[in-house]
Design a protein around this ligand. Structure first.
Ligand code: ZN
Length: 136
């Protein structure tokens, strides 16, 4: 059953997060809170348009932390403009857009979240990175 697979993807990212940890030479450091759920996340990235790693720290619900890990895996190695494009596609999908198969395992988040008040859990890290990238 797909539902089961999607839950496994999320749990795997939650239990074995990719890109978790501070980035000592980060040029972008952005912190965001989701008061509704108590999630918080800080994202770290480089500036400029050469391919960059994305890292994060944070705490909160499974969805918020799994989504941050999935973001780190998905966006690391992309340029700033590619990262911004992926972020807006992902946020668009989560906020009522159609399921976007080209976003790969990220569709798991779209499937798992049924309550509108959990959408922010999934978009929190992405919003933080978007905010940081757009400042430049
Ligand atoms: Zn949450």
């Amino acid at each position: 059953m797909m539902e089961e697979l999607y839950r496994e993807i999320l749990l795997d990212h939650f239990e074995h997060p990719r890109g978790r940890g501070e980035m000592s030479d980060a040029e972008i450091v952005e912190h965001l809170l989701n008061p509704l759920c108590g999630d918080e996340v800080t994202v770290f990235a480089k500036n400029g348009d050469s391919p960059s790693e994305v890292a994060f720290t944070g705490r909160g619900c499974t969805i918020s932390q799994a989504s941050a890990s999935m973001m780190s895996e998905r966006l690391s190695g992309m340029s700033r403009s590619e990262q911004l494009e992926e972020i807006s596609r992902f946020i668009g999908m989560m906020r009522g857009g159609e399921e976007d198969e080209s976003l790969g395992e990220l569709v798991a988040l779209k499937h798992i979240i049924s309550a509108p008040n959990r959408i922010r859990c999934a978009t929190l890290a992405w919003e933080a990175l978007q905010k940081g990238l757009e400042k430049e």
